[in-house]
Ligand binder design. Structure first.
Ligand code: PMV
Length: 330
């Protein structure tokens, strides 16, 4: 009744922004991501008939109530699959190369889905595991796979056709993502709230939906032919569009900080100067700069000099879920 799994985080190239079903976490649009090597979560789940309630130890500390409740609700979904009512101890550790709040719910819920289902003796196929992870956190469904991954939004109301599929393997293209860290503060608004407000109030949301599927097709073509400029252009435009949706909401909101803009401007300047680089941002102030290996050193130097930038983490394509024999100790 115990299993350990590791999942890596992913960064969206074409973003998921907006849900068509909040309970099942079904997205309004399909999305595309790259699983990255340097951000991961390893989780051990042990079900125990003698436990009176679930326990969560996160990075060697007892987790707060909110995180515990979210994990417990997720465990209920896995318990439901096997008809068990046993509680579990969950020991989870995030591997992040910096203290700047880069741990993600994507790697967290992908590792939890894998470890919990294995601990219950289930051998889930990949679509099923991806659907399960999705119900913890939408973007987690993409972390089941390594390399380039598409989350197909699906059409069905029960979500059976909404899961991730691999697009190109980890070794297909050594694209580099420089995570340019500008803040470790908590986001002012959860992505769940931000998505809801965008759908309900932003007049730009319809423009987002009209164009995002085409962005996805273009990005997939660029990945297939390893066309860096083509990929960079559509990735950057897609991220800016998502952030424009937020600026159009009522009340408006943004996840950007002053240094976020400085990094964006720096990337534009360096591109003007002939260094191919593009950026993307998630629901947070950090900027992810996309480049190829030969330009890493020059870009890193330029980015680290910007006021407010505290770290630049170099990431490469990472693997999908793996299982370990040994359990972790708290
Ligand atoms: O899966 P969530 O609820 O953490 O939402 C992720 C939303 C974005 O990071 C902004 C976009 C994405 O596709 O990952």
């Amino acid at each position: 009744m115990q299993a350990t799994a590791t999942a890596h985080s992913n960064i969206a190239l074409i973003k998921y922004w907006g849900k068509r079903d909040e309970r099942l976490i079904l997205p309004a649009n399909s999305s595309l991501s790259l699983t990255v090597d340097r951000l991961s979560t390893t989780t051990t789940v042990s079900f125990d008939p003698d436990l009176a309630e679930d326990r969560l130890i996160l990075n060697q500390k007892s987790a707060d109530e909110k995180s515990m409740a979210r994990v417990s609700r997720f465990l209920d979904r896995t318990r439901f699959l096997t008809n068990t009512n046993q509680h579990a101890t969950v020991i989870s550790r995030n591997v992040v190369p910096t203290a700047a709040g880069l741990a993600s719910s994507a790697s967290g819920f992908a590792a939890l889905a894998a470890a919990a289902s294995r601990a219950l003796g289930l051998q889930l196929d990949e679509p099923t595991l991806s659907r399960l992870a999705r119900q913890g956190s939408g973007s987690a469904c993409r972390s089941v796979f390594g390399g380039f991954v598409e989350w197909q939004k699906g059409k069905r109301r029960d979500g059976m056709d909404s899961y991730a599929v691999p697009v190109a393997s980890q070794s297909h293209w050594d694209l580099v993502m420089l995570i340019t860290v500008v803040s470790n503060q908590r986001k002012p608004l959860s992505s769940r709230e931000g998505m809801r407000r965008s759908i309900e109030t932003s007049p730009f949301y319809s423009g987002w939906l009209e164009t995002v599927e085409n962005d996805l097709i273009e990005a997939k073509e660029a990945i297939a032919s390893r066309d860096f400029e083509k990929l960079g252009r559509v990735v950057e435009a897609n991220a800016l569009k998502m952030h424009a949706v937020m600026l159009g909401a009522e009340p408006p909101f943004t996840y950007w900080w002053e240094p976020t803009l400085s990094v964006m401007k720096k990337v534009w300047e360096m591109r003007e100067a002939g260094i191919p680089a593009y950026f993307t941002m998630d629901a947070g102030p950090n900027v992810i700069v996309l480049c190829e290996r030969e330009n890493v050193a020059k870009l890193q130097q330029g980015l680290l000099h910007i006021r407010g930038v505290t770290d630049v983490v170099e990431c490469h394509p990472g693997p999908g879920i793996t299982y370990e024999k040994e359990g972790m100790q708290p």
